[in-house]
Design a protein. Sequence first.
Length: 109
Amino acid sequence: MKLVMSVVHSDDASQLIGALTSAGFRATTISTTGGFLRQGNATIFVGTEDENIPRVLELIKENCHTRRQFVNPLPPVMEPGEMYMPTPVDVQMGGATVIVLDITQFEQF
């Protein structure tokens, strides 16, 4: 048995959960925040048998997409009277980060 942990953009989470449940998988979602942009994410947990891992990964790839966003970098520490004009930076975000773990014991009560 395996545990699939995927960190996805919050915009993709509901679509991914729908696809997983439609395919017969049970999933748990936790809202998370982090990374460079401090944007909302969802961490989705799916426990499944080893032979189902390719299908779960396929569903994640189909439903989680990367995006491009322009962000303003943090201003540097400056002396009084200095002026800083930030130039927006093009950043790729979204997609999915997936970790597959072995489960040594599973109990359901």
